[in-house]
Design a binder for this molecule. Structure first.
Ligand code: AMP
Ligand code: MG
Length: 549
């Protein structure tokens, strides 16, 4: 009632304000979930001992209440755009007690249904059996003013049947990394889940061995509110395949199509083939975008691959600094399985596992159709990556040999330890005829490195010839390129500094980073002063993150 009244009231007095979005929810009590949520149609396990690890059968979810964070709470940051654009919330609501209680797992808005999702997965190439949401709770389903469906999820909100050996909690450093990367990736044009807010407790502590050195220490527990239209993964089907629950797999496939792939008809006999195709192409579009930004996920296990083709579960990720094709961001990944250059191949490997999990619900001809789609995926992702790098080089047309031009540039960058982000950005800022002019290059700290490579002059010649074929002015080339080559990405060293301050309850840098990454393509004076587009400090070379979070 309150919301309807305030909207009407505002309309009477200032119709333009309505247009500008004053129909945002300003009292958090007015935020209500759709009841029941769509996922209530699926089997939900309801075990009174909800926080005891157990093998769950014949269910897609478990009904699990959140275990609120205790002690004095700090709201570390909020993403104002995520709150307004996704949840219709006036950012001012984040100052209310109800909102903090929502983020910390104490208050479930009306219509909510708190569940943890059951899934399995291949971890580092080996079947790991049941994994599931071991520290996450999907709270409900919200239909926003644009008619979009979103499922807010808390991460770090307590134990569930899927907690295995874990404590159900997340620490501040990893929560900050997830919060910032989710929002930065969104603004960098990478398909991703979002993050709305982050709280940390002063008193609620957990034990973590950050570097797996045998020296565990206490850290403060935190919770992030993550946002996604849905949280189904390849592992959602794998667990049903391995546990021989084909009926439920068929039900889940139809459910996912009905609610999340409306472009596929439920009457279509080959709907699961179409689902496979859509999931595959979306995930390959996502990985092509990662390659273009130099993003390395770090843990591409099948349980971390969303069916919606969104980047999920940000952990020991890394944005490449000095370019290295075999860059591995995760210190636990000894074999380099999830290295930057491996990502497209690994996504395809994961999609093979998805195809395998669908077999029991497919007819023989449909299995064959999926095989035929699979046979095209290598070429598809290569073409997407080529298009991505062409745009980075200012090329809007695609010609034979373009992939070699991009690959050769990366080779020169690798040979000279030139920076991935800065090289492309600086190529977007310099005139073509200055590319071999040492004096002009001096203004560009990464280009001056790559210019030292044997083969640079030849590369520049080929690049100029290729640009000539585009028949565009140099100004147009540069204008195209600054739109796709960011100045700022969440480099590990930048995050480390913000995390160090946040550990002392100074959240200004974290909040500032969210601000900077809203416009990663535009010069930000403050970010420049802090050196965010400068050469990374030497202490940051070789920084790696472990899975401990
Ligand atoms: P990740 O690699 O972070 O996506 O996590 C893999 C699995 O471990 C998922 O099932 C998580 O829910 C679970 N997990 C990770 N950390 C914890 C924790 N602290 N407590 C319970 N489960 C966890
Ligand atoms: Mg995960």
């Amino acid at each position: 009632m309150k919301r309807a009244f305030s909207t009407f009231h505002a309309l009477l007095h200032n119709p333009r304000e309505i247009m500008l979005g004053t129909n945002l929810i300003s009292d958090f009590n007015d935020f209500k979930f759709k009841s029941p949520p769509s996922y209530a149609e699926l089997p939900i396990n309801d075990n009174p001992e909800y926080n005891v690890p157990v093998a769950v059968n014949n269910a897609i979810f478990s009904k699990v209440p959140t275990e609120p964070l205790t002690g004095k709470l700090h709201l570390v940051c909020v993403s104002e755009e995520a709150l307004t654009d996704v949840l219709d919330l006036d950012p001012k609501v984040s100052e209310s007690e109800d909102f903090i209680h929502f983020v910390s797992g104490k208050y479930l808005p009306e219509g909510g249904l708190s569940v943890s999702h059951r899934y399995g997965g291949y971890q580092f190439g080996y079947w790991a059996d049941q994994l599931g949401d071991g520290r996450a709770h999907i709270l409900g389903e919200y239909v926003n003013s644009k008619g979009e469906i979103w499922q807010p999820q808390l991460k770090g909100s307590g134990e569930t049947p899927y907690s295995r050996f874990g404590d159900g909690r997340a620490v501040l450093r990893s929560s900050i990394r997830e919060m910032i990367a989710s929002e930065a990736c969104y603004h960098l044009g990478i398909p991703t889940t979002r993050a709305g807010a982050l709280v940390v407790s002063d008193e609620h502590k957990v034990w973590r061995d950050k570097t797996y050195s045998g020296m565990a220490r206490q850290e403060r527990a935190a919770i992030v509110v993550r946002l996604s239209p849905a949280w189904y993964r390849i592992g959602s089907f794998e667990i049903l395949y391995k546990r021989r629950e084909p009926e439920l797999a068929g039900k889940l496939a139809d459910f996912v199509i009905k609610h999340h792939f409306p472009e596929i008809s439920l009457d279509d006999e080959d709907r699961c083939v179409k689902l496979f195709s859509e999931v595959a192409h979306r995930n390959l579009d996502m990985v092509a975008a990662w390659q273009g930004i130099g993003f390395t996920h770090g843990v591409l296990n099948t349980d971390n691959i969303s069916l919606l083709g969104l980047t999920i579960d940000y952990g020991p990720y890394g944005f490449i600094d000095h370019f290295y094709n075999h860059y591995v961001s995760n210190s636990s990944d000894d074999m380099g399985r999830y290295a930057y250059k491996m990502q497209p191949e690994i996504i395809i490997w994961n999609l093979d596992k998805f195809a395998e999990a669908l077999v029991p619900i497919l007819k023989v001809e449909q299995i064959q159709q999926i095989r035929e789609i699979q046979a095209t995926l290598d070429e598809y992702v290569e073409s997407r990556i080529r298009e991505t790098f062409n745009l980075k080089l200012g090329l809007e047309t695609n010609k034979d040999g373009d992939e070699v031009l991009a690959k050769d540039l990366l080779g020169l960058m690798q040979a000279t330890m030139a920076d991935f982000t800065a090289t492309f950005r600086q190529l977007s800022e310099i005139n073509l005829d200055q590319l071999c002019d040492e004096d002009a290059l001096k203004e560009h700290w990464s280009l001056i490195k790559v210019n030292k490579a044997k083969g640079w002059d030849d590369w520049v010649k080929r690049y100029r010839e290729r640009i000539d074929l585009e028949t565009v002015s140099d100004e147009t080339r540069k204008a195209r390129m600054v739109k796709v080559n960011p100045l700022y990405v969440p480099r590990n060293w930048i995050l480390q500094e913000a995390i160090a301050d946040a550990e002392k309850n100074d959240f200004r840098k974290v909040r500032h980073l969210l601000e900077v990454f809203k416009n990663p393509y535009t010069v930000n004076e403050e970010a420049e002063k802090l050196g965010y587009s400068s050469q990374p400090p030497s202490w940051s070379y070789g920084l790696k993150l472990s899975c401990s979070s």
